[in-house]
Write a protein that binds this ligand. Structure first.
Ligand code: PLP
Length: 397
């Protein structure tokens, strides 16, 4: 008999399964709004011009292992990018480790916290959130508690802060730095300040999940604002899980950085030793190619300038598509209030339509999205936005 029994069969991943169904569909006008990856104005994957320049600039290299903590030039460049202008950067109180993109950074950070003497048993995430938060933290052995954050197309500040106040001291709390996935609803700066003061008062440990820095507004610094506010004004220790997947379009390269910003050199040295230990215990050493490309982007002034333009290109096209989708729905006088599409931010819009309506969109109109009613705005373009609006209109009438 096999070790693998019928009851062990794991269900397919809901998100990846949308793409599988999309690829299997033979309709010429099908639209994939399920996958959270940027698409250009013709619906195609986009290799950033800055990334093309960076790849062309690489010298011949060998294929030796990187050190456990990753490619040192990448760690330095990414830390300088992330913590620009902060005391921690000047005082060298940052611990960092190259990770397998943002997911790997979350894995390392939560494994590292579990290894500390204070080893928290509970972790707080938003409800709703990116599906991996539940999956990853529970497999590591955390008790996962949820903080409601969404109501009627907007961030629910009152409900969120009320539950945050009840969170257990010492526990990590995962914050979406910007472009909340899936709702697209971020706190305002004033709300961030209050969230920060609750976190500080209740001695919670903030983990900034940062998968969309620069991709959201077009400005990395603007999108990183909450992190720097927590550090500079509140003076709290925190972790940042930085992904280069969206901001450099390096999805498959799995390039990211996990870092702890601490308040003392000694703490950062200890933190880095723990990161090194959990990296060694899991994947040994991270992959090299994406680190070389990202480093070339960040460290070559002309390429970095192009990258800043690329961030503006991506974020502006997404904003334009929000506006176009909204305009079409208004033109069609589609029942309901669709202003959430223009008020939300980042890659996703959260429509709040039913599962039945989502199935109908897929079966009748060949428009694919995940069943939570999250749609990836990046999948829209001038060639399909009108068809999308007409299909949604027909579906909700
Ligand atoms: N965190 C959030 C909220 C995300 O939406 C994503 C990507 O979809 C990630 C982290 C990390 O993704 P990756 O592992 O591809 O960097």
């Amino acid at each position: 008999t096999s070790a693998f029994q019928a009851q062990d069969l794991a269900p397919p991943d809901v998100q990846f399964d949308v793409t599988r169904r999309f690829l299997a569909d033979n309709d010429d006008n099908k639209i994939n709004l399920g996958q959270g990856t940027y698409r250009d104005e013709n619906g195609r994957p986009w290799v950033l011009p800055s990334v093309k320049m960076a790849k062309a600039s690489l010298d011949e290299f060998n294929h030796e292992y990187l050190p456990i903590l990753g490619f040192q030039p990448f760690r330095d460049e990414a830390s300088r990018l992330l913590y620009k202008g902060t005391r921690a950067l000047n005082e060298d109180t940052i611990a960092s480790c190259q990770s397998l993109s943002g997911s790997g950074a979350l894995l390392l950070v939560t494994l590292a916290l579990k290894k500390l003497q204070s080893a928290p048993d509970t972790i707080y995430i938003t409800d709703p959130t990116w599906v991996n938060h539940h999956l990853m933290f529970s497999i590591i052995g955390y008790k996962v508690e949820i903080l409601p954050c969404y109501r009627d197309g907007a961030f629910d500040f009152d409900a969120y802060t009320a539950s945050l106040r009840q969170a257990k001291a010492g526990s990590p709390v995962v914050l979406h730095t910007c472009a909340h996935n899936p709702t697209g609803c971020d706190p305002t700066k004033e709300q961030w300040k209050l969230i920060g003061s609750i976190i500080k008062e209740n001695k919670l440990f903030p983990i900034f999940d940062s998968a969309y820095l620069g991709f959201n507004s077009g400005s990395f610094d603007e999108d990183a604002w909450p992190i720097r506010y927590f550090m500079e004004v509140l003076s709290v220790e925190l972790a940042v899980c930085l992904s280069m997947a969206k901001s450099m379009g390096l999805y498959g390269e799995r390039i990211g950085l996990v870092s702890f910003a601490t308040l003392a050199r000694e703490s950062s040295q200890i933190a880095e030793s723990v990161l090194q230990s959990v990296q060694r215990s899991t994947i040994t050493a991270p992959p090299a190619y994406g680190a070389r490309v990202a480093t070339a982007v960040l460290s070559t002034p002309s390429i970095r300038e192009q990258w800043q333009k690329d961030l503006v290109t991506m974020s502006s096209r997404i904003r334009l598509m929000r506006k176009r989708a909204y305009e079409e729905l208004v033109r069609l006088q589609t029942p309901g209030d669709w202003s959430c599409i223009i008020n939300q931010t980042g890659m996703f819009a959260f429509l709040g339509i039913s599962k039945t309506q989502i199935k109908h969109l897929e079966r009748k109109h060949h428009i694919f999205m995940v069943e939570t009613s999250r749609l990836s705005i990046a999948g829209l373009n001038e060639h399909n936005v009108r068809r999308f609006a007409e299909a949604l209109d027909e579906t909700v009438r």
